[in-house]
Design a protein. Structure first.
Length: 78
């Protein structure tokens, strides 16, 4: 069972994340600026983000199953 301290930590964390999102979102004037980062993101940041996405939790969960069904052969395509 979750204790009162656990709920407190969860609520504080959620509050900080929401406050950060609100403060960061005030800089964006349009939805295009929001979704495209104002077209100011360096290419290396975009590349690292795409690579990190390919190593998501789904990859760690799905790859063993795909490898097992494919006779332990798995090829990750970028």
């Amino acid at each position: 069972m979750i204790s009162l301290l656990d709920w407190f930590v969860i609520l504080i964390y959620a509050g900080v994340v929401i406050a950060f999102g609100i403060l960061a979102g005030k800089k964006e004037s349009t939805t295009e600026d929001y979704f495209l980062g104002g077209r100011k993101m360096p290419w290396i940041s975009v590349m690292i983000s795409i690579y990190a996405t390919s190593l998501s939790a789904l990859t760690f969960i799905g790859v063993p199953g795909a490898a097992f069904e494919g006779d332990f052969v798995y090829l990750q395509l970028a």
